[in-house]
Design a binder for this molecule. Structure first.
Ligand SMILES: Cc1cc2nc3c(=O)[nH]c(=O)nc-3n(C[C@H](O)[C@H](O)[C@H](O)COP(=O)(O)OP(=O)(O)OC[C@H]3O[C@@H](n4cnc5c(N)ncnc54)[C@H](O)[C@@H]3O)c2cc1C
Length: 598
């Protein structure tokens, strides 16, 4: 099985050379963080990921989680690795300083999340959900709730969950049934069944803080009648110590295709004591803090699986001998050439590399926007960053997870038949990647969010915010001869994106179903153009570094070569998606449902 090695050089390239985090932190007036600190995190994070987590990835997959009498035991070594993670202070990086956190901006920890997730996605979900609970309580909790839950969640002593899904509903939360009855003491009795709850029960922490959607009595039907509650597994005494077990228990765990070491739990709430967080009936609004956090986290998962597909594929492609290059032997002393000589193997490797590195740029950029939203004192800058983030989040989540899955599949294909065999780890990468296009809103749901809510409902304003950034970049490089191979196609596609959006908008006025018909192709188109921008921007940085004689020539040349591959071999996929959108609605709807099968 290939060993995961954090791509620290590439992470540094994105963080420092592409995104200029030092300047960004100075602009935000953040004195507590700078490039040097980030580099120290990268070094330590890389060690933690490689030494503590990667070795548990395959064993965790093989062993899975255990369930007995409501108790979930994680695979061997998981609990100990979590204790080291807490001891190392990692969970506290982003937390509020008033509650024991380090108050660092989200971009300071994004590479660490990628390293941890790449090394062992299942393991990363336990702390990951805790961070989401922290973000939600920090934003919507009362001072008392913050005092009660934040210190232990931020330190990692407790973990969190997000409890949305019920047996009859996932995407359509408007029909959820869990109930919350007000109690005389100001708390609520929560009753209902939640399914598929990641980290709902486990043995890593003393307490689990569930963030739960439920309905108040007489709440309006639909999404406007949902409220949000904090429901701890163990009730917390006034002095902060742990008290009685609350009325919430794990009924069973799921047996899954992948991420087998992540406990996916059925959670039964039986009059459990909960406390309202945020306003009554505005729970979905408050939950969006968690969901947006988790969506960006899932975008990281796409990058992680692309990186693993790439690293594993590269190692094998250099070693494995099969046939000769069409143009003659490249390894004349051996019985055959290494498969990396074959153009088709290179196509797969470069696709995985282009998705991993391009996706990294998109995700880190989005988290830089998150810093502005969280930390800027300039209200206008905060609003602009927030709007841009709202547009980029569904693209990052859905496009990068689809890309990650494709790259994971290339990883298997590069290994030939061996890719199908467990010991190489490539099949696990595909199985683990498969969930990423499903949870946190399926690709279909993200696509509706992008095209319907973010683009059309804002009359294209949200899209224009982003196409303007791309346009400015292209304009700035209009006279840069070396960049024309990137700037010309990007300029054309950026305009085409706007024109196509207008055409879809016009069709939607005729028949709203056109939005659903176009949505996933539109999302994929948007993803390819967005990644095109990042690849062009990375090529620009690399060209400048080469011109300056900054050293590290091979790295920068590889960046430019990969950008060229992306533009010549991946970006043309936009034409297919545009063609499919133009194929329209009728061919999807004409077939009577009764005649789908005979
Ligand atoms: C391993 C795992 C972990 C999970 N972790 C959590 C968790 O921690 N917390 C939590 O609350 N949930 C969790 N989930 C649940 C997950 O978020 C849902 O499964 C997901 O949102 C999809 O909901 P669903 O399964 O009900 O599918 P459905 O909503 O029934 O959708 C079925 C299909 O119909 C499509 N569809 C539905 N509506 C539309 C529409 N209007 N237009 C077009 N297509 C549509 C969907 O895209 C999908 O392809 C997890 C699930 C799994 C498998």
């Amino acid at each position: 099985m290939p060993e995961y090695k954090a791509p620290v050089r590439d992470m540094r390239f994105v963080l420092h050379e592409l995104l200029n985090l030092d300047d960004h932190y100075a602009q935000l007036g953040l004195e507590e963080v700078n490039g040097e600190l980030i580099d120290a995190f990268l070094e330590e994070g890389a060690k933690f990921a490689a030494n503590e987590l990667a070795p548990l990835n395959r064993s965790g997959d093989e062993e899975g989680c255990h369930f007995e009498n409501g108790v979930v035991t994680t695979p061997k070594g998981f609990k100990e690795a979590y204790a080291k993670y807490v001891e190392g202070g990692w969970p506290a990086m982003g937390g509020d300083v008033n509650y024991g956190g380090q108050g660092l901006p989200s971009s300071a920890g994004i590479a660490i999340s990628e390293m941890i997730g790449s090394a062992n996605w299942s393991w990363s979900m336990y702390p990951g959900l805790g961070h989401g609970a922290v973000a939600t309580i920090e934003e919507h909790g009362t001072p008392e709730q913050k005092d009660t839950y934040l210190p232990k969640l931020i330190s990692g002593e407790w973990t969190g969950t997000m409890c949305l899904t019920e047996p009859h509903c996932g995407s359509d939360l408007g029909i959820l049934k869990s109930r919350a009855e007000p109690q005389a003491d100001g708390s609520y009795a929560i009753t209902g069944t939640k399914i598929f709850i990641s980290a709902g029960e486990h043995d890593m922490a003393d307490n689990i803080v569930h963030i739960v959607l439920a309905r108040l009595p007489d709440a309006p039907a639909g999404t406007r009648g949902i409220s949000l509650f904090i429901v701890p597994k163990v009730l917390v005494n006034e002095d902060g110590s742990l008290g009685e077990r609350n009325g919430v228990a794990c009924g069973s765990i799921e047996h899954k295709m992948g991420i087998k070491a992540s406990a996916t739990c059925v959670m039964n709430f039986d009059g459990a004591k909960g406390w309202l967080i945020g306003e009554p009936n505005r729970g979905l609004h408050a939950m969006f803090t968690f969901m947006n956090f988790a969506r960006l986290g899932t975008a990281v998962q796409g990058v992680a699986h692309a990186e693993i597909g790439f690293q594993g594929g590269l190692e094998y492609a250099r070693d494995r001998l099969a046939m000769r290059a069409l143009s003659g032997p490249k390894n004349p002393d051996g019985p055959a050439d290494p498969i990396i000589v074959h153009p088709d193997v290179r196509r797969m490797l470069l696709t995985a590399k282009a998705f991993a590195e391009g996706g990294r740029a998109l995700v880190y950029y989005t988290s830089k926007l998150g810093d502005v939203v969280q930390k800027s004192k300039d209200e206008q800058a905060r609003k602009e960053a927030d709007d841009l983030m709202a547009l980029l989040t569904p693209i990052a989540k859905a496009f990068l997870t689809e890309a990650g899955l494709e790259a994971a599949n290339h990883g298997v294909q590069i290994y030939g038949g061996h890719g199908f065999i467990r010991e190489w780890g490539m099949e696990q990468n595909v199985r683990d990647a498969r969930i990423s296009t499903l949870y946190e809103g399926t690709t279909g749901i993200q696509a509706l969010d992008l095209l319907g809510r973010k683009v059309l409902q804002t009359q294209g304003a949200a899209l224009r915010n982003w196409t303007k950034v791309i346009h400015k970049f292209c304009e700035g490089n209009a006279d840069n001869q070396g960049m024309q191979e990137f700037v010309e196609p990007l300029t054309r596609l950026n305009k085409e994106w706007g024109d196509m959006t207008m055409a879809i908008g016009a069709q939607a006025m005729q028949n709203i179903e056109n939005v659903g018909a176009a949505s996933v192709d539109y999302l994929m188109y948007s993803g390819y153009v967005t990644l095109g921008y990042f690849w062009a921007a990375m090529a620009d940085v690399a060209q400048r570094k080469l011109a300056e004689g900054a050293g590290d020539e091979d790295f920068y040349k590889a960046k430019i070569a990969t950008a060229r591959f992306y533009f010549k071999r991946i970006l043309p996929r936009t034409a297919g998606h545009k063609g499919a959108i133009e194929g329209g609605l009728d061919c999807l709807m004409d077939l009577d449902e009764a005649h789908f099968a005979f």
